[in-house]
Write a new protein. Structure first.
Length: 65
């Protein structure tokens, strides 16, 4: 079940990545719903995903411990 939620979260974030404000809002929702180990995976995925999209790097502040 948790893998499904993590994959869904990534899918949503990819779809809204055109808008940094919306991306940050969806990221905040994801943080509230994912389990701690999933947040670690999400953090790693985000670092790789935002390499190609520097306009989204501001949202990384949300997931940094």
């Amino acid at each position: 079940m948790s893998k499904v939620m993590f994959d869904y979260t990534k899918s949503v974030l990819e779809r809204v990545s055109f808008d940094p404000v919306l991306f940050c809002k969806e990221l905040e929702k994801a943080i509230r719903t994912l389990l701690p180990f999933e947040l670690d995976q999400l953090r790693e995925w985000l670092f790789n995903f935002t390499i190609e999209k520097p306009e989204l790097k501001q949202c990384l502040i949300i997931v940094n411990p």
